[in-house]
Design a binder for this molecule. Structure first.
Ligand SMILES: Nc1ncnc2c1ncn2[C@@H]1O[C@H](COP(=O)(O)OP(=O)(O)OP(=O)(O)O)[C@@H](O)[C@H]1O
Ligand SMILES: [Mg+2]
Length: 424
């Protein structure tokens, strides 16, 4: 069975209005069609008035009209109120919701530390209007919706894999390859258009000092190669760029630079064996070709589950031949796709998962809690999750010699349990 074994249902935290986010650098993927390994990630964060580095990252739910995007959004963001109905262009303004990232380690740590509360990591999901052929030229709901995609950090592309004559398909039949081609082509056209405009500006060469000139040249060279890749039908993320070039083109927030997970939306009857559905197999093949992730899910079932009292959910899933909801898996994969890592703080007051980008140093990770922690950083008392569990507590880890005192160059590892020493 494909990716349908996952953790419990995740309660949503809040339901927020849309606000724009920063776009980040490029991501690279492993060959696997199911798991996504991120090797590099741009370094740009925003600081809030509380002095905290904001790690709010957004995943946009994208696809043709009427394929199940809002249904999926409402299931993921359990108290989501996006209108989902059987007609194309049901969604016009994007809906945004924050979702907790499931992590069984949190409860283990919290039990050991006898914490009063548990605070999971979170990511934002954005339900975007349906895209149609010609969107980049203003068809359907047009360019405005491409601009909503520009604001997200990763794309979840919902692909209809369920047959149902009562649910209108904008092209008349269920055909994942054609649907994926339509979406990809619109993203490619939009990027080409943007690159062309930018190249015109760059030709005027307005850079004053030598540093800006160097940056413009790097941008030009990167854009020429990206343009060629797009003309060959390949996404911008397939082009190998130096860190300097990545930095130089980052401001364009190119749509095809964003990492993608394909969400194969299947019928209830296919949930137990999604791979028996030819459409899912087709999406799987394409996901491998595009070096992207794939998660089969039934948006309809997930949304029905959220309507049921929690004690009845297990029984309903059991009747469909599966053990657990697919949402936890989707959320975790999205978290990984965004290149995010988790470290923990754990004590009597709370056990909390903190989100960092892979490669962040101990002071940078401390800055996610508060900028004072970064400025006055002295050292980080650190123990791996496994060692913490073996020792039962930080004090136990110290006694057993498992607690390390890490300095400012330490690269925080996934699952580290940390206590920062700082001076302000
Ligand atoms: N897996 C599924 N099986 C059967 N029906 C489904 C499934 N997923 C979604 N639907 C149905 O498809 C219809 C369209 O769903 P929804 O409104 O979520 O689509 P959308 O992609 O958000 O559309 P729009 O682009 O118009 O906003 C709804 O009637 C929904 O119940
Ligand atoms: Mg919708």
């Amino acid at each position: 069975m494909a990716r349908l074994t996952c953790s419990n249902l995740i309660p949503a935290l809040t339901f927020l209005p849309l606000k724009s986010s920063l776009c980040r650098g490029s991501l690279f993927f492993s060959e696997s069609s199911q798991l996504i390994g991120v090797l590099g990630f741009g370094r740009r964060f925003s600081s809030s008035s509380s002095g905290r580095i904001s790690m709010s990252l957004k995943a946009g739910i994208v696809g043709l009209p009427n394929v199940g995007k809002s249904t999926l959004f409402n299931a993921v963001v359990e108290n989501g109120k996006a209108q989902a109905a059987n007609f194309p262009f049901c969604t016009i303004e994007p809906n945004v919701g924050t979702v907790a990232v499931p992590d069984p380690r949190l409860h283990v740590l919290s039990d050991l530390s006898k914490s009063q509360r548990v605070v999971p990591a979170s990511i934002e999901f954005v339900d975007i209007a349906g895209l149609v052929k010609g969107a980049s030229r203003g068809e359907g709901l047009g360019n405005k919706f491409l601009s909503h995609i520009r604001e997200v950090d990763s794309i979840l592309q919902v692909v209809r894999c369920f047959e149902d004559n009562d649910i209108v398909h904008v092209s008349g039949k269920v055909d994942p390859k054609s649907d994926i081609d339509v979406i990809n082509l619109e993203l490619v056209f939009s990027d080409l258009d943007q690159i062309e405009k930018r190249m015109e500006k760059l030709k005027k060469g307005k850079a004053r000092d030598s540093q800006s000139k160097l940056k413009e040249e790097a941008e030009k060279s990167a854009l020429e190669r990206i343009q060629q890749a797009l003309l060959d039908g390949n996404p911008a993320r397939s082009v190998t760029l130096t860190d300097f070039e990545k930095d130089a083109v980052e401001h364009l927030c190119l749509l095809t630079m964003k990492p993608v997970i394909y969400v194969a939306n299947v019928a209830e009857s296919d949930l137990a064996e999604p791979r028996s559905n030819v459409h899912v197999i087709e999406v799987m093949k394409l996901a491998t070709d595009f070096k992207s992730g794939l998660v089969p899910i039934s948006a309809q079932v997930e949304s029905e589950l959220t309507e049921l009292p929690s004690e009845e959910r297990g029984e309903y899933l059991h009747s469909l031949g599966v053990n657990e909801s697919g949402l936890g898996n989707l959320i975790r994969e999205t978290y990984n796709l965004l290149g995010l890592r988790t470290y923990f703080t754990s004590g009597e007051k709370e056990t909390k998962a903190w989100t960092i980008l892979s490669g962040m140093t101990a002071p940078q990770a401390a800055g996610v809690i508060h900028s004072d922690f970064e400025k006055g950083f002295i050292r980080a008392e650190t123990v791996s999750y496994d060692d913490f569990v073996a020792a039962g507590s930080l004090a136990g880890a110290r006694e057993k010699g498992l607690l390390r005192s890490e300095g400012k160059d330490y690269i925080v590892q996934e699952g580290d349990v940390m206590l920062f020493r700082f001076n302000v």
